[in-house]
Every structure is written in C-alpha cells, then in structure tokens.
Design a protein around this ligand. Structure first.
Ligand SMILES: CC(=O)N[C@@H](Cc1ccccc1Cl)C(=O)N1CCC[C@]12C=C[C@@H]1CC[C@@H](C(=O)N3CC[C@@H]4C=C[C@H]5[C@H](C)C[C@@H](C(=O)O)N5C(=O)[C@H]43)N1C2=O
Length: 111
C-alpha cells in the first residue's frame, strides 16, 4: 500500500447540482463520512477519499491537482471545483474542518 493517509475528518460530502442550484449528498444517502487525504508516497500525488461511516460507500474519490482553489466558505463548510463537479464538505466540527484544511493546504504546497 503506497498511499498513506495524512488527514482524516468527519464530514458529510456534498455535490452542487447546477440544475437545481442545490447541494445534494454525494452517494446514495446523506450522512457522515470519514474523509481522508491520501498521499501517494512514490508519485507525490494526493487525493481525497470519503467513505460513508454507515456502509463504507465511497462517496468521493478525487485528485488534488496543483492550483486547486480550496475555499473555506464557513468555519465548517469547505468547497472546491474540478472540471466536472463542485464538492462541498460539511464538517461535523470546526476542529475536523481545520485539521482537514491544514492537510489540504500542505498538499497544495508540495504539489
Ligand atoms: C467562483 C466559484 O466557483 N465560487 C464558488 C465557491 C468557490 C470559490 C472559490 C473556489 C472554489 C469554489 Cl467552489 C461558489 O460560490 N459556489 C459553488 C457552487 C455554489 C456556490 C455558488 C453560489 C452559492 C451562494 C451561497 C454559496 C453556498 O452554497 N454556501 C455558502 C456557505 C453555505 C454552507 C453550507 C451549504 C449547506 C450544506 C447547504 C446550503 C445551505 O446553507 O442551505 N449551503 C450553502 O448555501 C453554502 N454558494 C456557493 O458556494
């Protein structure tokens, strides 16, 4: 396993629906997920992986690409875009949000 987790936080993973202009839960139901940032030790790449606490469904698996703009919209709601989606993480606590953001900004520094 050449990927190591550099952050783990509790958040509900949301996707923005451009059509309805609403945030909808990613995956088959709403609820908290364990959201981790994995660092690939050899390739020096990073990705966000989130699994539902309840059934381990993978609800996010997206690369952190150089230049990603990570927006801390509120103390517990952070968001970013890729060419397909807008992702939102609704953290269960400010501590989780801060921990995750710290690791995200670290990843963006080393990329
Ligand atoms: C240039 C650009 O892309 N800019 C993006 C943001 C961005 C900036 C820089 C880099 C990347 C990105 Cl991604 C943007 O502005 N985007 C991305 C799509 C949507 C949005 C556009 C308009 C609305 C207006 C309001 C706000 C919104 O959505 N907010 C505010 C906080 C608030 C917190 C929680 C969630 C809650 C889970 C449910 C719901 C609730 O509170 O009911 N809700 C919200 O309402 C949440 N918007 C956005 O974020």
């Amino acid at each position: 396993m050449n990927e190591q987790s550099i952050a783990s936080a509790r958040a509900s993973v949301m996707i923005y629906d451009d059509g309805t202009k609403k945030w909808i839960p990613s995956g088959t139901s709403s609820g908290l997920s364990k959201v981790q940032i994995y660092q690939h030790t050899v390739q020096q790449t990073f990705r966000v992986v989130g699994r539902k606490l309840q059934n381990h469904e993978v609800v996010i698996n997206c690369a952190i690409l150089k230049g990603l703009k990570y927006n801390q919209a509120t103390a517990t709601f952070h968001q970013w875009r890729d060419n397909k989606h807008v992702y939102g993480l609704n953290f269960s606590s400010k501590e989780d949000a801060d921990l995750f953001a710290k690791a995200m900004f670290h990843s963006l520094e080393v990329l």
